[in-house]
Every structure is written in structure tokens, then in C-alpha cells.
Design a protein around this ligand. Sequence first.
Ligand SMILES: Cc1ncc(COP(=O)(O)O)c(C=O)c1O
Length: 349
Amino acid sequence: METFIDLRSDTVTQPTPEMLQAIISAQVGDDCSREDPTVNRLEAMAASRLGKEAGLLVPSGTMGNLVSVLAHTHRGDEVIMESECHIYYYEVGSISAVAGVIPRLVKGNHGVLDPDDLKKAIRGEDIHYPTPTLIAVENTHNRGGGTVTSVEQSRAICDVAKDRGLSTHLDGARIFNAAVALGVDARELAQPFDSVMFCLSKGLSAPVGSVVVGSREFIERARKYRKMLGGGMRQAGIIAAAGIVALETMVDRLEEDHINARYLGEGLAEISGIQVELETVQTNMVYFDVGELGFDSVSFLKELEMRKVRASLRPPTGVRMVTHRHISRENISYVLEVVEEIAKSRSVC
Ligand SMILES: Cc1ncc(COP(=O)(O)O)c(C=O)c1O
């Protein structure tokens, strides 16, 4: 197998040997009847880790967000969210197609919502309007650059929701990246929200799975929707076993990914023709623009690929690189050399 430095996403991470061992020795049962001890343990552990009453293992972050929206809303309701958020941008319109709700989009500052903008976006009762029932926040914010919403900002956003009688959901796919970057316990970031979804499968390196946490009563409703969507997984302990190892061993090391991302961002900023917004490099993502060099995203990625580096597209001229457990500081030094070489090849012709 050819080896690439794969910076497309933290979703490419492989399970650790300890995870594989845990999968082999996992005790399992039928989770649809709540008889899988390993799933039960992961769900309890996740709930406690985020300071909520109960948890629900789901196959993906996308399903976790969808069951949460279903459990918070009724068909025809309005859900307020950031204009570039994952739920709106990358989840195939599921909240409208399946949950029957309409998104109302509010522009954030690199994905971070301003409570005053939310206040303005929540419309009062009117026969013509859909009923706003939920605010969904994303932390860290993927398209914003992996940006972090602080504990204070999270509280202020949720206070606006509470004042107006709306529920709150956190797409915390990378909540542990946010917590590590802020130096706070993830419970503090989760606390103001009624529900939180986080992924085991990204920087935490588990092969599959996400968990939704919230009140016991909310999780019961979400569980029913998970079943409706075909997400009841029977002997899912083999997934949960790796998830437990992920929670126990993979959180603290995220700091290393952030340091590497910063090193990458600062190095790229020094290369003539590359535009990086360093203020958004807060966790494990680096977005940059190659338009000034005369490249579009696709042609730049081809140049990288020829030099055994992979990144992802943000067309027309943007590129995203994400650091994770398989990316070392030496890898980043190589990537910086490669980008400089590509940039120089453009500036001489
Ligand atoms: C912020 C965010 N939310 C949700 C998801 C969805 O997770 P999954 O790919 O497991 O469906 C992702 C995936 O990249 C994400 O970045």
C-alpha cells in the first residue's frame, strides 16, 4: 500500500491496537432490548462525561443530529442554526426531508454565533410563520475553520433560547477538541444545552459511532427515532468497546493535533501566494486559499497528490487540511516543503 500523508479529515483515523483488542473481547447482547452490557456502559460513561442523565449510541454523527432534531421538534417547526453548519451543509437536507422542519440560517463569525443575532432571528408568534422550537449550535465549527465557541458564549446563546422557550442542541462532533483548546472540562461546554451529539470516530480514532446525550426522557424519544431510522444495531457492543477506549485514552492527546495544526498554519502563512486566516486555526483544522497562485482547489490537490499528500477541497480555490493521530510534526514539515515547492513552481512561470 502506498503511504500518503492524509490530511483530508480526522475521519480517516484507524482504531488503536487497544481498541481492536477491546472489540475482540467485548461482551455483547441485543441492544434493541438494552441487553448489550458494553453499549450500556459506553452510554452511561458518555452521559457522565458530559454531565447529562443518559446517552444513546448511534452509528454516525449525522444520525445523532437527526434523532436529536426529531426528538426536539414537530413537523413544520423552524430550527435556527449557523448558515455554514454541518447539519445544514452536509447532512443531505435530512432535517427537512425526514424531520419536516425548516432551517432558519444566521451568519456567525467564522461559525461562532452572536446571541444578539439569534435574538433577532427568533420571530414572535404570527399566523404566517413556522414555530421556532430549537437552536442548533456547532462546536467546534467545521466550515468556520475548526473554531471554538467558549463556555460564556455557549451560555449566552442558550440563555437567549431559554428566554424565548426554545430548546437547544449542540452538534459537538468535536466537542473534545473544543474543550482541550479552551482548557475546560467538556461538561462545561455541554451544560447549557438540552442535548449534545459527539463523535467517537473522528479525532478520538474509534472506527464507528457517535453518542447523543441529554435528559433521560429526551434520550427515550431519541431512542425510538433511532429505531425508526434503522439505527438499532443489535450486538453493537463491538462498536461501543472501541468507543470506551476512545473516551478513556484519546481525549488528552488532541492537544498534539492542535499544536501540529498551528505549526502547519503558521508555516503556510509564510509561503508567498498562500492565504491563511490564522485566527481561525484554533483546533485541528487549517483552511487556506491558493487562488493568488493561479490554482483552483482541484488542480492544487492534484499537485499535492503527486507528492503523496492528501487534503480536501473547499472550491473554488480553498483547501482544508486536518491534523490527527497519524500526522506527526515531521509530516507537517514535509507538507510545508511540498507546498512551498508547488508555490514556487507557479511564481516562476
Ligand atoms: C461538525 C460535524 N457534525 C456532524 C458530522 C457528521 O458525522 P458523521 O460523518 O459521523 O455522520 C460531522 C462529520 O464530519 C461534522 O464535522
